[in-house]
Design a protein around this ligand. Structure first.
Ligand SMILES: *Cc1c(COP(=O)(O)O)cnc(C)c1O
Length: 234
């Protein structure tokens, strides 16, 4: 079995190769290690191998790990799971980034509950890019209004868009989904230049990161390829 450090090495090489092939700047794509269901010790091992950014889906589990790893300097915490409105206070104070905001109410609460001295909370809007009934995310049509409103909120920095495309589609359709998200970000940048930096595309997972990088991903969210297969949750 390969170690977490080895896996981070191979994922990093995959990202570098894809970045180069896409003719993009070295370092244009960052690696978010998705550590849901993993014990704090696995994250510690990843951190020792140089990993800085960790993505968590479940709040209580995340808060326990943030506490357990509070001795590590420079760790960046990203919330990437569904957000209930009664959880926003803790998310606003414990995380550096939130990738999974899909409605104004949640953004408003995060902004109100973010302590200004922490600096703005980095935020991505999650888009339901394949219009799946079961999936979180706003529609592409909702984006302009959401960006305009969220751009006004004081303690947030609107960084960009996130999507989890339907994994059961053809490669061509998957690639098109990534491209649609990238186009949506360009449109927002054009139409709402003051809404925030709008410099971020959070897309691509263990199985499809190369395609996502080719289409402009700036964060790839990788779980399995770093930590191994997760036990099924059902
Ligand atoms: C679990 C998860 C990932 C990681 O998926 P892998 O296929 O294990 O790399 C990425 N993004 C989100 C939102 C997730 O929930």
């Amino acid at each position: 079995m390969s170690s977490i450090a080895d896996n981070i090495g191979s994922v990093t090489r995959r990202i570098q190769k894809a970045t180069l092939q896409a003719g993009r700047e070295p370092g244009a794509v960052r690696l978010l290690a998705v550590s849901k269901t993993r014990p704090a010790e696995d994250l510690r091992e990843a951190a020792a191998a140089g990993q800085i950014a960790f993505g968590e889906n479940y709040l209580q589990e995340a808060l326990d790990k943030i506490e357990a790893l509070s001795d590590l300097p420079d760790i960046e915490w990203h919330f990437i799971g569904p957000i209930q409105s009664n959880k926003t206070r803790q998310i606003a104070s414990a995380f550096d980034w939130v990738h999974s905001v899909d409605r104004l109410k949640i953004a408003r609460r995060l902004s109100e509950q973010r302590a200004p001295e922490l600096g703005p909370l980095n935020l991505c809007l999650q888009v339901n890019i394949n219009d799946e009934d079961s999936k979180a995310g706003c529609s592409l049509d909702d984006l302009p209004d959401l960006a305009a409103e969220i751009g006004q909120l004081p303690n947030l920095s609107l960084r960009g868009l996130m999507a989890i495309p339907d994994p059961d589609q053809s490669e061509a359709a998957l690639r098109l989904s990534f491209r649609k998200l990238a186009n949506a970000l360009s449109q927002l940048k054009q139409n709402f230049p003051d809404a925030g930096p709008l410099d971020t595309l959070s897309m691509g997972m263990s199985g499809d990161l190369e395609m996502a990088v080719a289409e402009g991903a700036t964060w790839v969210r990788i779980g399995t390829a770093i930590f191994g297969a997760r036990p099924r949750k059902d």
